[in-house]
Design a protein around this ligand. Structure first.
Ligand SMILES: [Zn+2]
Length: 295
């Protein structure tokens, strides 16, 4: 199932959060959620199935941190291919033929040279291997998400292309900064993000996650993307801004309020609308009902 075909057919209900659902399923703070692809595949499958039952038409694999740098913190640096392949297999099993599977590539967690010590060539090779394992495991395409640096976004899109992904989504995480502007942690504007994504040949541009982001802020991002491109836009918002409770981020926006907020985002031109941190199957069910009602 190609996400572009789904977009051509109408508004698409995206996925909900994985990380916060893993915590609800018993993952401890500081534990590696991506390890569960190998050790608890049944729990990953159950989360995917819950989102599909709620109405998600495009689910995202549990491989956000499945790169050598992040997995290396948990002693899993040499398991990149196995972890990604297992993530895609679980998602594919839940999705069957009728739901689209997006193979997830998240940030490496470090800074790229000259800012940091991550070698860009090495990163591209690693992301290419990650994308290849996701596609081999059954992902329909690749989503590069929660990116904040333009160089890392570009490298990940190139890697997905090199792995022959049938389509690539490029999604960055914007924050509302004190002066009201929307910028990634690395200072990238929505306009700059869209331009870089299009330069590298991304098929969809997107925004997800972020802090201090209201539904109105996501509408602004969507409008900026719409100015930059006629390609499909994918927006996956958190369930409100995080509050820190006992060392854990808590998201309090209720399902109906979340869905109501996404109404304007869809109206502003988002083709795929879903949730990021803190959203649950109940949020996606409320969203799917609303999108089906024809916003
Ligand atoms: Zn998030």
């Amino acid at each position: 199932m190609n996400l572009l075909d789904l977009c051509a057919a109408g508004r698409v209900t995206g996925d909900g959060a994985m990380g916060t659902e893993l915590q609800r399923a018993g993952l401890a703070v500081g534990e590696c959620g991506d390890r569960w692809n190998l050790e608890q595949p049944g729990r990953i499958l159950a989360i995917h199935e819950a989102y599909i039952a709620a109405g998600s038409q495009a689910i995202i694999t549990n491989s956000f941190g499945s790169n050598r740098w992040v997995l290396g913190r948990y002693g899993l640096a040499d398991r990149v291919v196995a972890v990604n392949r297992a993530a895609a297999i679980a998602a594919r099993r839940a999705a069957g033929e009728s739901v689209c599977v997006l193979g997830d590539i998240g940030p490496c967690g470090g800074f790229i040279r000259p800012l940091g010590d991550v070698d860009p060539g090495e990163l591209e090779a690693e992301f290419t291997a990650q994308a290849g394992a996701l596609l081999e495991g059954g992902a329909d395409g690749i989503i590069v998400e929660t990116m904040s640096a333009l160089d890392e976004l570009r490298i990940a899109i190139r890697a997905a292309r090199a792995a022959k992904a049938p389509f690539v989504v490029a999604s960055m995480a914007f924050d509302r900064v004190p002066n009201g502007n929307l910028r990634t942690m690395m200072g990238v504007s929505p306009e700059q993000a869209a331009q870089a994504a299009l330069d590298e040949g991304a098929d969809l541009v997107g925004a997800n996650c972020g802090t201090h982001m209201t539904a109105a802020d996501f509408e602004r991002v969507t409008a900026a993307f719409r100015q930059a491109t006629s390609r499909p836009i994918m927006i996956q918002s958190n369930a409100g801004s995080p509050e820190l409770v006992d060392g854990r981020a808590v998201y309090r926006l209720a399902p109906e309020a979340f869905a109501a907020g996404m109404k304007g985002v869809a109206a502003a031109g988002a083709n795929v609308v879903g949730g990021c941190c803190g959203t649950t199957p109940a949020h996606i069910a409320a969203l799917a009902r609303q999108l089906k009602a024809g916003v």
